[in-house]
Ligand binder design. Structure first.
Ligand code: HAM
Length: 403
């Protein structure tokens, strides 16, 4: 038997119901906030991710599904959605058009990570990206959107918040962090030694316990923010406070992608094991310019659907639609014809085989039908149908021609 590749799962039956319930709920919330759907290709030029997510990140350095295609192009399966949306935004000249552009998307992402619970090689994200708003109100709105989606799905969370500064305050902080790293360099892991030169702030979320204990004394970016970043961060906290969104400040939250500045956030769940991040995002004001577009402020987030699947509280399944069954073979044609007519307005389930009453009721229960109607010689003769409402336990009669 040929099995699926490691870390790549099928989604079917009950999982699929949860999956589509999540997508529909998140889509509804995104549309209520004024976002529009965007679909970008799964395959992009490798250079797009190198320049946006960053060569020093684990995603680009270790995890890309990268290959040379038949036309000798260096391409890769998208490891995340933001870079493609930014590329499309620039390619469609929306950066030149100005104004505000808000998008949402969902689909497969690919990262060649070591598979474990909650960590797949092909996984699905629901994400949003907003372009053209440099106000911190938009950052707060992003966070409140994630919170709304999670609430509507019955999912509890902890929100971690940080500010990564901007080009005014980051370089100075970077220098003081490098000096600190040099003071403990003999004791840190090889990855952190490499990060010191490629992207020093990434040492702060190193998973190595020894490194973590050394970095507790590292300078904190949050204490070195310039006035602009500090007042934006204070304002963000105030908006969240006023809207009842609880958060924790995590000064080590640096995110695994290089394009962020200012606001960075992550939503985590304590109920799904070690891969606890269920959503992450932040501001990325330099990325459009960095990918050769006109400088445009931007902010966004993405949620990991597989991690959310086991947390979603599904609404009670309500009975819906009709079940129509034949009591004898002669009635089957009529059942098919009536179902066909009724399907113009209703969900209808039928069986092409004649069965007794008990078996039909069982079948109607299985598909959770609300209305139940069986047809045999009596109904054909009288041209009258009995329609049982299985939810309210009532029954009414209708003329076959009016059904
Ligand atoms: P990210 O934090 O890399 O951000 O991914 C977002 C979410 O995707 C994570 O919080 C997690 O739930 C899920 N995820 C990531 N990797 C895996 C995996 N291997 N298996 C299962 N789920 C996973 C981004 O991708 C950014 N593009 C978010 C963003 C949008 N920032 C601004 N706009």
């Amino acid at each position: 038997m040929i099995a699926s590749l490691r870390g790549m799962n099928d989604i079917l039956s009950e999982d699929y119901e949860r999956f589509t319930y999540f997508i529909n709920t998140a889509t509804d919330v995104a549309q209520k906030y004024g976002f529009h759907f965007i679909e970008t290709p799964l395959l992009e030029e490798t250079a797009l991710f190198k320049r946006s997510v960053g060569e020093s990140s684990d995603i680009v350095g270790k995890e890309m599904y990268q290959f040379i295609d038949k036309g000798e192009n260096d391409v890769c399966l998208r490891p995340e959605g933001t870079a493609g949306v930014v590329r499309a935004f620039i390619q469609k000249k929306l950066d030149r058009a100005g104004g505000v552009h808000r998008f949402f998307y969902h689909g497969s992402m690919f990262r060649y990570e070591r598979p474990q619970k909650g960590r797949l090689r092909q996984f699905h994200q629901f994400g949003v990206e907003s372009f053209g708003v440099d106000s911190v109100y938009e950052d707060a709105t992003m966070i409140m959107m994630v919170s709304d989606i999670l609430k509507r799905c019955g999912i509890g969370y902890r929100l971690q918040l940080n500010s990564l500064g901007d080009q005014n305050c980051m370089p100075q902080y970077r220098n003081s962090l490098i000096s600190f790293i040099e003071s403990v360099e003999d004791e840190i892991c090889e990855d952190c030694k490499r990060r010191k030169t490629t992207n020093p702030i990434r040492v702060l979320d190193c998973k190595n316990e020894k490194c973590q204990s050394l970095y507790t004394d590292a300078p904190k970016l949050i204490n070195s923010l310039c006035d602009g970043c500090q007042s934006d961060f204070d304002k963000l906290k105030k908006i969240l406070d006023e809207n009842g969104v609880k958060y924790e400040i995590d000064t080590n939250l640096v995110r695994g992608l290089d394009y962020y500045s200012k606001t960075a956030f992550e939503f985590v769940s304590d109920n799904i094991g070690s891969q606890s991040a269920i959503a992450g995002g932040g501001r990325y004001d330099r990325l459009v310019e960095f990918l050769d577009g006109k400088a445009t402020p931007a902010v966004g987030f993405a949620m990991g659907i597989e991690r959310l699947m086991e947390l979603i509280v599904m609404p009670q399944n309500k009975r819906e639609g009709y079940y129509i069954g034949a009591m004898d073979e002669e009635a089957v044609d009529l059942v098919v014809n009536l179902a066909q007519r009724k399907r113009e307005s209703e969900k209808v389930t039928i069986d092409y085989k004649a069965k007794n009453f008990k078996n039909h009721i069982k079948a109607a229960d299985k598909v959770n039908a609300r209305y139940f109607c069986i047809i045999g010689s009596n109904e054909i003769e009288s041209q009258i149908l009995k329609i049982k409402d299985l939810e309210n336990n009532t029954e009414e009669t209708v003329k076959m021609m009016d059904f």
